[in-house]
Design a protein around this ligand. Sequence first.
Ligand SMILES: Cc1cc2nc3c(=O)[nH]c(=O)nc-3n(C[C@H](O)[C@H](O)[C@H](O)COP(=O)(O)OP(=O)(O)OC[C@H]3O[C@@H](n4cnc5c(N)ncnc54)[C@H](O)[C@@H]3O)c2cc1C
Length: 453
Amino acid sequence: MHICVWGGSYWTGSVTAETVGGSLPQYHVDKQFADRRYKVQSARTYFYLNEATCERNMEVFQNCLHAVAGATYGTGITAIKLTALGRPQLLLQLSEVIMRARTLASEIMGGKGNVIGQHLTLEELDKRLFEAGIKDTKKFLEKVTKDSQGVIHLFPWSGLLDENSELSDSFRVPCLKEGRMVRLLSQLSKKEEEMFRNMVHRLNTLVQTAKDLDVRIMIDAEQTYFQPAISRLTLELMQKYNTEKAIVFNTYQCYLKETLNEVKTDLNQAKRQKFYFGAKLVRGAYIDQERARAAALGYADPTNPSYEATTETYHQTLTECLTRIKQLKDQGDVCSKIGIMVASHNEDTVRFALSQMKEIGISPEDKVICFGQLLGMCDFITFPLGQAGYSAYKYIPYGPVNEVLPYLSRRAMENKGVLKKLAKEKTLLRKELIRRILRGQFFYKPNGNYTPV
Ligand SMILES: Cc1cc2nc3c(=O)[nH]c(=O)nc-3n(C[C@H](O)[C@H](O)[C@H](O)COP(=O)(O)OP(=O)(O)OC[C@H]3O[C@@H](n4cnc5c(N)ncnc54)[C@H](O)[C@@H]3O)c2cc1C
């Protein structure tokens, strides 16, 4: 059994991004939802106060990386939330840019998704833009890159991690509909540019520390209005740092309708750009807020229509990852090029993962699948998994006591689902106690050959 430590997000301000092809309400601040804890019980929320607070959060995360490195000898994980490291409003703006960029990419390339699997050459692209009457495309075309399979990338996402580049300048792009170059992001003020660079600097510092200490770092998934930015930045971090092993892990929320497609797209990108892919699969912690916000602001609900549909997405996504790992194995490639954490308290999901691993042909010794549950929850799942040789992790909340304790007590008071699972845990503990008394096994030591089913 291993440990994974979990940092846990206030925001202020408004978004004034210029719009191309209409504004996307999902990515705009709304007063009603300014408190991001609204209808969220199980996730910790960081509120933006100032840059100094973000700097302090980074230090807490760094201390945690050091603590994990010292305690776990390369097997531990540190989980962080990106909203703790910078002004969340910037993530919101970047998210809108990314979603608009997808639409523009589809128009220019004629495909769908964030990386377009079309083999359009630079010359063809140049011709297409010329025919649309768009001038002044030179700078844009200079930044378009091509990967090993000849797929061209229209947007300089990797530039996001460049601490010297200006965010608003990166996104002057051609718009076929309007026949001109447009800015996807309104001109940010000097202060906002500086804040974005600070956030990127903190991220680079943390991931470099994680790499130096050989501690994996998981970026938590948050609300959908931040997720395009969080996911994009994490993918770029993976490309930069996951060169010899999966150090950076992204998180995918299976209550979202698009998750399976997102995972497939990201797996394809990792394959093309030859980096190690790390993912934590969860169902998702913000469903009630997501639904309430979508209904109030009048955009399509991004979540699956039912619990069963979420489970289906979870199972399909996990199966997709396992199948790709098996393909690597069969090709004699390094199967750890894909690393997955099954983060769930659901026994059926854990059972499903184990049976799929067996069926597809991935063993615990491959060390590419691990399991995660929160500390104090579902020990009856975590412990047998660890005893049977699977990599099993306990998520331990960390941070300054005056911040972590209120979060924990709020969770205990509000999260009825958690309490239901604790009831089962208490029953099992009582049964075990009685069993030990009846058999005289007061100091019972498990022999470690369990099969968790
Ligand atoms: C180790 C670990 C790390 C985590 N990290 C993150 C993270 O980074 N980001 C994050 O968002 N969450 C995270 N979570 C929380 C997680 O997303 C779930 O909220 C929580 O684990 C409950 O899901 P479950 O699979 O454990 O249990 P279950 O009880 O089987 O599932 C409950 C979940 O099902 C989904 N659901 C419930 N009702 C419906 C419905 N009517 N329609 C559609 N879906 C429905 C919701 O996602 C709900 O939380 C983490 C959980 C763990 C254990």
